[in-house]
Write a protein that binds this ligand. Sequence first.
Ligand code: GLY
Length: 366
Amino acid sequence: MNSSSEVLIIGGGAIGLATAIELAGQGVQVTVLSRNFQEAALQAAAGMLAPQAEGLAPGPMLDLCLQSRRLYFDWTTRLTTLTGLETGYWPCGILAPRYAQDLGSMQQGQGREWCDRTSIHHHQPDLSAEVIGGWWFPEDAQVNNQQLAQVLQQAAHQLGVNLQEGVTVESFSRQGNCLDQVNTNLGPWQAQTYLLCTGAWAGELLPIPVIPRKGQLFAVQAKGSPDHLQPLRHVLFGSEVYIVPRQTGRIVVGATNEQVGFAPHNTPAGLQSLFTAAMRLYPPLQEFQLESYWWGFRPTTPDELPILGESPYDNLLLATGHYRNGILLAPVTAQLITQLIVTGESELPLTPFSWQRFLDGRLVGK
Ligand code: GLY
């Protein structure tokens, strides 16, 4: 039997690590089991913090995302103060250029402004001549997800979280309505409370409807003089592709959205669709140096909302299924789940995100 903790977190992605840090900061003894830190969606993402550009409908999910976006500056500042490492948080705003054929409503709304052709090309020079206008979301932002991954691991380590990599949880053992232990390739582990944060793999351990949606991405290095390294001023969120500039000159382009199970690898078709869409939206990109390409798996639920809070077992909590918004939702998820563990209740109601919404079968397998 491996040593026990008060809380055992299964999964070392954005949600698992952020929650481990929040709990450890409150004096809770935490262990994180990860099969491989590198396979988390956190590592594969582009790091957009984009509740408004993503076009989430008004409701509990948008509210949760907006709350998390509000937390980001303080959260990343605290992580940097603790570790001395930068997260690349950049409140650069997101521009959503539109072509004539995908022009929808141009009604102004809270947190977004319509830019006409002149104004959008002024906002961002060298966009495609096909762009006839677009939305400006000044409060949407980005974080460098790969830097964030390092910072989260370092912060967890500094706060005394027991980080265990190379551990695959294979099953749960139950006693009555409680988990008694988790069984892994390295033997059993026990804790008072368990938290499942295994992202796209959550459905392998419990009968909850979380499935993978593969995303392929690539990165280029922008050409330019050292004092004008990054020609893009904002994230571009097009109708077919998004383009995320880093302050270092790197540009991340994503992403496909494929229902192909856990089929690994980049594919020529996937990359071609991204290349074509990215070069159409921002033609200078065709001359930039291709740096790398990769893929990851988003954890998706039938209604595309996360599963947060209670589970079928009294001492197991769930924080998974964050789909396209896991990095955005990490701070608020960590805060709410920590409140639930420490005080028994969370300051925002988690009912809209309960696993029980799938019980009547209507939403399963959409
Ligand atoms: N958050 C963007 C994506 O999942 O592709």
